[in-house]
Design a binder for this molecule. Structure first.
Ligand SMILES: Cc1cc2nc3c(=O)[nH]c(=O)nc-3n(C[C@H](O)[C@H](O)[C@H](O)COP(=O)(O)OP(=O)(O)OC[C@H]3O[C@@H](n4cnc5c(N)ncnc54)[C@H](O)[C@@H]3O)c2cc1C
Ligand code: FES
Ligand code: FES
Length: 489
């Protein structure tokens, strides 16, 4: 492994940072903090420092080999307040200053001016970066695609109508720009950067970024208490909000084996390091309920960074993927130097932020099996806002009925109702073998009260959570029985 130095492209040049020489920078300095200290890159703004406002949005571009064997640049928007500097090793960092200049505006900048999309202007650089990413990935985007690209950006002056208009105006089929013109040069520059894993050791911190699984497992054994990160959208907040100095970090974001996706006739295995945005795209046709959940997961900037391994590894009771993955009967593969073991995700989470992961293990992948004919899986999320909000109550439900309309299989798995993702076991037991009728479902809704003792917090009182949990079951019945309902309880 190489030591102490990272390299990336900024302003069309390679930037090398040696953390032992540049003592102002720590390995857990965020890209936003780094940019704010550069006299030439203060366009990137800090709003919340926790991924909620998008003012700090940047685009990270990578040289990626496509299925046709061609290497092309791939552009994605990220919240720079959540990205630690070593995570951009080997990538091109694009900020608002790089997109265009006042004498030579980029299409997205010109469109923002022409539509009066900028008012106080504080949020504008972030919007430009999200629009730029949209421009590089879509020509003639749909309303849904535009809204999805902008969900992670807040404008408190409510200039949204004009900003949406700017998106449509600037994303034309002929979306070539100066980045396209320089693509071959940028790829050549990026290919000069060493892809080896590295270790950074400073007076106060150790940061490892291995590039293969064997190396990562060896480091994990040596440093069992190290903070593991993949996207750092959970762990990053310890640094930006709680101001913690993380003594040892193992960064799994560059491990190729954790980025693999395997498609078979019985399901799909997603690597633990695959981004949730990628899984969203891949699940749309095959795992509709997982897709529905990922549509309302964070924002595009968050999903570009966050991983499945991170969502399961953090084992939060309001994590959005565990209920729906459990409803799919998904399994998780854990790996150590001794080998691999597979277990149902239903058994993986054991308590509040606790799992069966041993100190020498990592999450390698998640297998989502296809559902058999007749089985229905659905996912629900109730939050204060539809977008970019965490769940108050969430659910993953699975149902199989026989020809007599009786329940043969049922899973009612809830998030936000207990210290961990948990089944409504009494309600499930009550419904099993019974007719899938409104009468029986209404009776089962009372059983849910026996299953949970929810907490009261800022998002909802316990009574509110109970009503939500009950009504989600009723909603599921309405959607699966196809019956109009007269009023909720
Ligand atoms: C603005 C914002 C919005 C969010 N919205 C949502 C939301 O809508 N729904 C939701 O559920 N969450 C949400 N989150 C939380 C977070 O994005 C998710 O939990 C995400 O999936 C974490 O993935 P990560 O790769 O960033 O995790 P990291 O922060 O890198 O890691 C989280 C934990 O997982 C463990 N871990 C990571 N990878 C592995 C691995 N391969 N093996 C073993 N352990 C591993 C680490 O030990 C760590 O404790 C949000 C966060 C932010 C900041
Ligand atoms: S500063 Fe708000 S998302 Fe980064
Ligand atoms: S232009 Fe003022 S907050 Fe967006």
């Amino acid at each position: 492994m190489k030591n102490n130095t990272i390299a990336f492209v900024l302003d069309d040049k390679i930037v090398n940072i040696d953390f032992t020489k540049d003592t102002q920078l720590k390995p857990t300095t965020t890209v936003l903090q780094y940019l704010r200290e550069l006299p030439t890159h203060k366009g990137t703004k800090e709003g919340c420092a926790e991924g909620d406002c998008g003012a700090c949005s940047v685009v990270l571009a990578e040289a990626v080999k496509g299925e046709d064997g061609q290497v092309k640049m791939q552009y994605k928007a990220y919240d720079s307040c959540l990205v630690f500097l070593p995570m951009i090793h080997g990538k091109q960092l694009i900020t608002v200053e790089n997109v265009g200049t006042s004498s030579n505006l980029h299409q997205v900048q010109a469109a923002m001016i022409n539509t009066d999309g900028s008012q106080c202007g504080y949020c504008t650089p972030g919007f430009i970066m999200s629009l730029f990413s949209l421009h590089k990935n879509f020509s003639n985007p749909t309303r849904e695609e535009v809204e999805d690209a902008l969900t992670g950006n807040l404008c408190r002056c409510t200039g949204y109508r004009s900003i949406l208009e700017a998106a449509y105006l600037s994303c034309s089929p002929d979306a070539n720009d100066h980045f396209t013109a320089k693509e071959a040069d940028t790829i050549a520059l990026l290919q000069t950067i060493n892809e080896e894993g590295f270790a950074i050791t400073t007076n106060q911190q150790q940061y490892f970024q291995p590039n293969n699984l064997a190396e990562a497992l060896a480091i994990k054994i040596k440093y069992p208490d190290a903070y593991l990160i993949t996207g750092a959208t959970d762990i990053g907040l310890l640094v930006t909000k709680r101001k913690m100095l993380l003594p040892t970090v193992i960064d799994l974001s560059a491990i190729k084996e954790l980025k693999e996706t395997t498609v078979t006739t019985s399901g799909v295995t997603f690597g633990a390091g695959v981004s949730l945005e990628y899984i969203k795209q891949k699940s749309e046709k095959r795992f509709a309920a997982l897709y529905d959940m990922l549509v309302v997961f964070g924002s595009k900037q968050i999903r570009n960074l966050a991983s499945l391994g991170g969502n399961l590894g953090s084992a939060s009771p309001i994590g959005d993927t565990p209920p729906v993955l459990m409803a799919y009967n998904a399994t998780i593969c854990l790996v150590s130097e001794q080998g691999e073991r597979e277990l149902p995700i239903k058994e993986f989470i054991t308590g509040y932020r606790q799992t069966k992961l041993q100190p020498n293990e990592l999450i390698k992948s998640v297998f989502v099996p296809d559902i058999a004919e007749g089985v229905v899986v659905k996912a629900y999320k109730i939050s204060k806002r539809k977008d970019l909000d965490i769940s108050t109550v969430s659910a993953g439900f699975r149902l199989l009925l026989n020809e007599a309309n009786e329940v043969v299989e049922i899973d009612l798995i809830y998030g936000g109702m207990a210290a961990m993702t948990k089944s409504a076991a009494n309600a499930e037991q009550f419904l099993l073998g019974k007719t899938w009728s409104r009468e029986n479902v209404t009776a089962a809704m009372q059983q849910i009260d026996l299953d949970f003792t929810p907490i009261s917090d800022a998002r909802s009182g316990a009574a509110g959570r109970r009503v939500m949990a009950r009504n989600l079951l009723l909603k599921f019945w309405v959607e699966t029985a196809g019956v109009e309902v007269g009023g909720l309880i």
